[in-house]
Design a protein around this ligand. Structure first.
Ligand code: FAD
Length: 325
């Protein structure tokens, strides 16, 4: 009979993603209530070395499908590998952390298995031995409780909503190699280009300066936000309006359909404070809003508000901070 919780171990460039460790923390807490082991599905080429990191983060058993054909993610190759692992582990619950890979993999796998999937989950609880998820709906203005039907129950978890366990280097676990026969599917990854980025990643930054439509198109305007972020040792984010306008790249978008961040300090510059934007930054410890419209919704969410034109405020703030450093 199916038991325990399996986590899909998402990794990039030889490192386990932070979201996977958060999912392992959630898996441990669920397994304590529904019983059974916590396992991880590790798929890729030359990835076996990551198994120990997964064990330290909470996995009892790591199932590893390691093959040259699994070098780059395609659903045609990863789906059969995950299928083989889930058949062997027979978990009651499968958790994915939300990423570009799992947004493709999880629904396809749920369809393949004929079971339900709750997407973009921010909380999990157990009732009568079954896992129920909470997820934001209507752009974050309401919460829905969802019970995915079938076995295993499947969930994709939003980043920064679950606590990872403190890594324990003395934790012992099993590593189980799983052999899978994969053949190239109709899609072939020919090349991958890494986006050039400097400074801390948005997800990891403790200080974020974020710009909205009111910043405008000019590169020099965005350069001013970068300068403030540099002084603070932080990163620059943006609203979807700025991304959709093509002023900044997609990876900078914060919000419901962008990245979820929870920095110590979030400075929202010329951002109105739409619910879809706030869904991605309401976890910030302190929000500072700079906006020329005193009625802007962002002022209701911010701890500190500065009413005025950012073009005057940002250079003055950067200058003062530089003088203090
Ligand atoms: C399904 C769905 C998903 C979405 N997902 C996201 C998401 O992930 N992230 C996201 O951000 N949005 C998202 N949106 C869009 C969201 O609803 C808003 O349209 C968007 O956040 C608005 O961006 P903004 O605040 O930059 O622009 P606006 O709402 O146009 O606000 C611009 C602000 O700049 C101020 N301003 C202008 N000039 C100055 C100045 N010189 N000095 C100071 N202030 C100034 C104005 O007073 C105004 O408050 C989503 C919408 C939908 C329907």
């Amino acid at each position: 009979m199916a038991s325990g919780v399996l986590v899909y171990a998402d990794h990039r460039e030889g490192s386990v993603l932070a979201g996977t460790k958060e999912a392992l923390g959630a898996a441990r807490r669920l397994a304590d209530q529904i019983g059974g082991p916590v396992s991880a599905a590790l798929i890729g080429n030359g990835v076996a070395g990551l198994a120990q990191e997964l064990i330290q983060s909470g996995a009892d058993t790591v199932y590893v499908a390691d093959a040259p054909a699994l070098d780059k993610y395609t659903n045609a190759t990863y789906l059969p590998a995950l299928d083989a692992i889930v058949s062997q582990a027979d978990p009651a619950v499968v958790l994915f952390s939300k990423s570009l890979v799992t947004l493709d993999l999880a629904p396809r796998f749920a369809f393949r298995r004929g079971v339900g999937l709750a997407n973009d989950v921010i909380d999990l609880k157990v009732e009568n031995g079954q896992v129920i998820a909470s997820r934001p709906v209507y752009g974050g203005s309401a919460m829905a409780e969802v019970l995915p039907e079938g076995t295993p129950q499947m969930f994709t978890i939003r980043g920064k909503t679950q606590e990872p366990l403190t890594p324990d280097p003395s934790r012992q676990g099993n590593v189980v190699p799983v052999s899978v026969t994969v053949s190239e599917g109709p899609v072939k990854v020919i090349d991958q280009q890494k986006e050039r980025a400097s400074g801390p990643k948005l997800q990891d930054a403790t200080r974020i300066v974020s710009g909205g439509r009111g910043i405008g198109e000019a590169k020099e305007n965005w350069r001013q936000l970068e300068e403030l972020a540099e002084v603070l040792g932080g990163a620059v984010g943006a609203s979807r309006a700025a991304v959709d306008a093509g002023w900044v790249p997609t990876h900078m978008q914060i919000g419901l359909t962008g990245t979820t961040v929870s920095p110590d300090l979030y400075i929202a510059v010329a951002i109105s404070g739409a619910v879809q934007h706030m869904a991605g930054c309401s976890g910030a410890k302190t929000i500072v809003a700079i906006n020329k419209d005193p009625e802007a919704a962002i002022f209701k969410q911010a701890r500190f508000g500065v009413e005025g034109d950012w073009k005057k405020i940002i250079p003055a703030l950067t200058k003062e901070l530089k003088a203090m450093m």
